[in-house]
Design a protein around this ligand. Structure first.
Ligand code: FPP
Length: 251
């Protein structure tokens, strides 16, 4: 049957997923996933509901980064300073991670994502630490995007641990170079950060990848993390593509 007079708007073509032009895409993106609590408050929900929605968004944004051709995505999941939060929130976040990590790792594994962890697993509840190690092991041979999860991570703490290991290795002062320090950081083998995105509107680094962000471009958006989608991600990339990076030089 022919539908006479059918208007195209009655049969809209599906919206094409937004795409990121390749020339705008950073190699290594870091995200400070802020605003989960406010997202929940605005909906009259407990803060943990915001963290729950934030966890869902990790998978969506990881896949959007992989689709765009990002090589490394580092997400700030839990900082060494987050222990200062009320015990029930810390406990709730740990429980959420413990509950979700296997399922998320399996889904990311299907997408050829390689999971890495940076930070300190010492002091983390042993069962959760074991799940983190298992997620890393499961995805070790994947060849797609590296999802680098900063969990119980602080930039200063990472540098202090690297210096300890350098001293333990007996490296002499004359042999201490920036390249050597790179090799002792948790991010050894990964490229420096190109773009730091912070959701939730604040404009600070909060002890995130202090060494690796030396020449990173910074992008802050008021959008809370659970609402930060593929379109907003590619807007951040477009802004990154417009920046002129001089790395201390003149051109
Ligand atoms: C900041 O929002 C968010 C966090 C401290 C936790 C972020 C963690 C996740 C999204 C889970 C990570 C999940 C995986 C699978 C690695 P906030 O609580 O500071 O928000 P507010 O500033 O509005 O209070």
């Amino acid at each position: 049957m022919t539908l006479v007079g059918a208007q195209p708007e009655f049969y809209p073509t599906p919206q094409a997923a937004p795409e990121a032009p390749p020339e705008t895409v950073p190699t290594h993106v870091g995200i400070i996933m802020d605003g989960n609590g406010r997202w929940a408050n605005r909906r009259g929900l407990p803060r943990l509901a915001g963290h729950h929605a934030g966890t869902e968004n990790v998978r969506r944004i990881t896949i959007a980064c992989a689709d765009a051709g990002v090589e490394v995505l580092t997400i700030y999941a839990f900082s060494t300073e987050n222990w200062r939060r009320p015990a029930d929130e810390v406990f709730g976040l740990m429980r959420l991670l413990a509950q979700r990590i296997d399922k998320e790792a399996a889904e990311l594994h299907r997408n050829n994502v390689r999971i890495r962890h940076i930070g300190e697993l010492e002091g983390i509840q042993p069962r959760l630490a074991e799940r983190v190690r298992a997620a890393v092991a499961l995805t070790r041979d994947n060849t797609g995007l590296v999802l680098n999860v900063a969990f119980n991570y602080g930039g200063r703490h990472e540098i202090a641990r690297a210096v300890q290991r350098i001293m333990q290795a007996g490296v002499s002062a004359d042999n201490l170079t920036e390249e050597l320090i790179d090799q002792y950081l948790d991010t050894a083998g990964l490229p420096d950060l190109d773009l730091v995105i912070r959701t939730g509107g604040e404009m600070r680094l909060s002890n995130f990848l202090l060494w690796q962000a030396a020449y990173a471009e910074y992008y802050s958006t008021p959008i809370c993390w659970p609402d930060f989608g593929r379109e907003e991600l590619y807007q951040a990339f477009a802004e990154f593509g417009r920046r002129v990076r001089r790395f201390g030089g003149l051109s």
